[in-house]
Design a protein around this ligand. Sequence first.
Ligand code: AMP
Length: 220
Amino acid sequence: MNLVLLGPPGAGKGTQAKKIQERYGLTHVSTGDLFRAALANQTALGRQVKKYLDSGQLVPDELTTAMVAERIAQPDCAGGVMFDGYPRTVGQAKALDGLLLKAGKKLDGVMYFDVTEETAIERLSGRRICKGCSAGYHVKYMPPAKPGVCDRCAGELYQRSDDKAETIRERLSVYGRQTEALIGEYRARRLLITVDANRAPDEVTAAVLKALEKLSGSGR
Ligand code: AMP
């Protein structure tokens, strides 16, 4: 099964991707995570994309798709992939179709995480991540037992630099201008599965897994 997780920043795609991974063993390919890793490792790609990530703008399609092509050629992607944060433009959606076709795969579904802008802003501004193991927290909705410290590995929690108010606004505006159009496109292709993602994470997980059960059983 190959899935796209679609929705604005702050919709909970990453959180739910972990749950889907546990249940279905799909490999989680997050373009945001890949770009941040390139930045942290100071690779040539990292240097090229820094200005886009810092300002909340999209990295050009060619760079993004080339990175995705390289990632999905890895052996761990053979059994199925969950794309998180990709595609984000009409051009990327076309490119993804081409990549999958070339690899003899197809897109089985697009899970759309429908959230209000208020919810997205609240989630992004309260989000904290562990420096050690990348576990995600929220200061209000999913706080660690000890503030600033990871429950799992006792690592230090940090806030992503693009989760600051001004960049959040820009990222949501970019989503509205460049990504939202994909909802209609995938709906027209009968691939769209809409989940109300305004609810608590566990409730969203239940809805996501139920929808995937239906999808994997339907042989679509
Ligand atoms: P995310 O972690 O998905 O919120 O992505 C963080 C940042 O990485 C975005 O604000 C963009 O600068 C960049 N990025 C991630 N995915 C893409 C993509 N598919 N196309 C272009 N830029 C991306």
